[in-house]
Design a protein around this ligand. Structure first.
Ligand code: AQP
Length: 326
């Protein structure tokens, strides 16, 4: 069976962009692959963070994974920092990465503009490469923003294999044709993001009905008043069409056709109804799961123990080819 692996950062809420671009793929792939989905708590430390919040976000994100449909009997759900081999391989891969190569990563260019950016922000793509390569991953389901980082993992696997002998499998990114980059509701020219300044940017998977309705009503569109899918020319309405398409299983074209002759008010009203209906059961499950932190910790511990078995074995092989296994 092929192996799939991916993660989310426990840095805040989990939004509908994370769900559409990544988590919806995880839920499907847990039935078709040997699946590993985890929480990258070390990645969350690349920007300033509060330990108390990080602790809460870890439990929140675990509850979201389960509420969104991941099943710990099917997928290995774990915490990155509980498997020390990630940082060990991350260091080795950092030593194989050229500084210019790391500095070319667009996420670093976006977030690391100022001199107070951490070295961790520069080097986290190598830790992500380690996350992937440690498990001989075949498929990495991600949103479009992570494509460049998966490509770096491929380059590093190839480089390592050439220098030290065939050790790592070559991972392939799985990026959806529609929904790989959901845009911010308040600014449809940039991606929907947890770290966005305003909650109006995103719909959280845990938003209640009133909040969803308010955010959709306030979502930026344009003055044309018609429903269309033309992301370059009409990013706001096209983003809403994409969200509607991904939640209902329609194509953007079908969504546009079904709102032919209708205006924003009607379209936004139906989109809000659709989202509320989709999110309500997730929110209810989330709240029930979140009330039992011991269960969530147990899921992560069990998953981490399983992941560690594989990671230890792989690191043994890596140490061997590097000449440091005495
Ligand atoms: N807007 C998005 N549309 C589609 N997919 C997305 N992903 C993230 N944003 C979108 C995908 O979700 C997975 C987890 O990503 P993350 O945990 O890094 O979340 P984030 O929203 O990217 O977090 P931040 O804090 O907002 O980070 P920055 O500021 O870096 O964007 C990934 O597969 C991601 O591609």
């Amino acid at each position: 069976m092929p192996r799939s692996l991916s993660a989310i950062q426990p840095t805040g809420i989990v939004h509908i962009g994370n769900y559409i671009g990544a988590i919806s793929q995880f839920v499907k792939l847990q039935h078709e692959t040997e699946a590993f989905y985890f929480l990258v708590d070390y990645h969350a430390m690349t920007v300033p963070f509060e330990p108390r919040e990080l602790h809460d976000h870890l439990l929140n994100a675990t509850a979201i994974y389960l509420a969104a449909g991941l099943d710990p009997k099917k997928a290995t759900i774990f915490q990155q920092s509980q498997v020390h081999e990630h940082t060990e391989l991350g260091w080795i891969l950092m030593c194989l990465t050229r500084l210019g190569e790391a500095e070319r990563m667009t996420q670093f260019k976006d977030k690391g503009k100022n001199t107070s950016a951490s070295v961790g922000l520069l080097s986290y793509p190598m830790l992500m490469a380690a996350d992937i390569l440690l498990y001989d991953t075949d498929y990495v389901p991600v949103g479009e923003d992570q494509k460049q980082h998966v490509e770096l993992a491929r380059d590093l696997a190839e480089r390592f294999n050439k220098m030290f002998g065939e050790t790592f499998a070559m991972p392939t990114p799985l990026i959806k044709k529609t929904g790989a980059r959901i845009m911010g509701l308040d600014d449809p020219t940039t991606k929907m993001s947890k770290s966005a300044g305003s909650p109006k940017n995103y719909i959280a998977l845990t938003d209640d009905e009133g909040t969803v309705r308010k955010k959709i009503a306030a979502a930026v569109t344009d003055s044309e008043g018609t429903i269309d899918f033309a992301p370059a020319k009409r990013p706001g309405v096209s983003n809403l069409v994409t969200i509607m398409a991904e939640i209902t299983g329609m194509t953007p074209k079908e969504v546009v056709q079904s709102f032919d002759g209708k205006g924003y008010k009607e379209f936004k009203g139906t989109l809000a109804d659709t989202l509320v209906e989709f999110l309500q059961p997730i929110r209810e499950k989330y709240l029930a799961l979140r009330a039992d932190p011991a269960h969530l910790v147990g899921v992560l511990r069990d998953g981490s123990a399983r992941a560690k078995e594989l990671a230890e074995k792989k690191m043994g092989a890596v140490r061997e080819v590097l000449g440091i296994r005495l």
